[in-house]
Ligand binder design. Structure first.
Ligand SMILES: C[S@@+](CC[C@H](N)C(=O)[O-])C[C@H]1O[C@@H](n2cnc3c(N)ncnc32)[C@H](O)[C@@H]1O
Length: 290
């Protein structure tokens, strides 16, 4: 019997759920703020003395963060030509990315190559072709949970870096709200696209075991999950669906598991402030040197 292919790229209701989460959580704003604070210096180091700059986004989704980072790169090196390659398996999210490019004037100068496929397939194609395109800056933002082979993927994308390049992996923080939720309820939650939950602890451990040089930056972030505790709230229900990666949180788990998850979310993954329950959604950016 053929092995079942694990669907990790966002399609169907998953796309709406993710978009709802982004609108509600402010996660992109936190990542973009980090990019504005930390990346200009990094990009200056990466691009120093280069006559062209090549960027690879892996699992870029709708490209909202990519667009900001490419704009920062253009500002750091206004006269250096930039290219962008994107490896993303979701058709609907890639369509959104293309629409965003079309309405962003400064990006018209950048040639984009979209590889609409999983990172594993890209790796197979590149290895079969033999003459891999190399990059100055490669990023994998909130997608490393989905790759089949963590060490193999990091090793492969690291091998595509040019001199002075950086591979940036942004992932949920060790001991943050996501880590506590997904590790505590691993048996119930790790049953779909994510079968082995990874936070920054596992990624850093892997980077170290590969002997790579890296730096870590914490991206502090929290968002209001108070509505998750109102049984009649549509916002709460949709947030719970995304946070537990289910189509329907209510129908997916027994009353005991639901109650346990809610209790954990409130008491271990969040802080209470001004009558609000603020979930610790902090992330970590791991910048790996070429
Ligand atoms: C949580 S979203 C993050 C999207 C984007 N980086 C952001 O921060 O908005 C995860 C993305 O990874 C993509 N993805 C999942 N598995 C993938 C794989 N094996 N190769 C490439 N992309 C993948 C999904 O389709 C989705 O767009």
């Amino acid at each position: 019997m053929a092995a079942e292919v694990k669907q990790t790229c966002y399609e169907g209701s998953c796309v709406q759920s993710f978009q709802f989460y982004l609108e509600h959580s402010g996660e992109h704003q936190a990542i973009v703020q980090f990019a504005h604070d930390i990346l200009p210096g990094e990009l200056k180091r990466i691009g120093a003395g280069k006559s062209s700059l090549d960027v690879l986004g892996v699992g870029s989704g709708g490209g909202q963060v990519d667009v900001q980072m490419l704009t920062l790169l253009q500002s750091a090196f206004p006269s250096v030509p930039v290219t962008a390659d994107i490896v993303e398996g979701s058709g609907p999210l890639t369509d959104g990315f293309k629409a965003l490019i079309a309405k962003t004037p400064n990006l018209q100068k950048i040639p984009f190559s979209f590889h609409i496929m999983k990172s594993e397939e890209y790796e197979t194609q590149v290895k079969a072709k033999g003459d891999a395109k190399k990059f100055d800056f490669i990023h994998m933002i909130q997608m490393i949970y989905y790759v089949e082979d963590l060490a193999g993927s990091i090793k492969f994308f690291h091998s595509l870096l040019k001199a002075n390049g950086r591979l940036m992996i942004i992932v949920e923080a060790a001991n943050g709200g996501w880590d506590i939720l997904w590790k505590t309820y691993a048996k119930e939650l790790c049953t779909g696209a994510i079968t082995d939950y990874r936070s920054s602890a596992q990624v850093v451990e892997c980077v170290k075991s590969l002997g790579l040089k890296y730096e870590e930056h914490v991206i502090s972030h929290s968002f209001d999950i108070s509505e998750c505790f109102s049984p009649s709230s549509d916002t709460g229900a949709r947030l719970l669906n995304f946070m537990t990666a289910q189509e329907n949180f209510q129908q997916s788990f027994s009353p005991e598991v639901r109650a346990g998850i809610l209790e954990l979310l409130k008491n271990k993954c969040s802080v209470q402030k001004d009558d609000k329950i603020l979930f610790n959604g902090s992330l970590v950016a791991i910048l790996i040197h070429a």
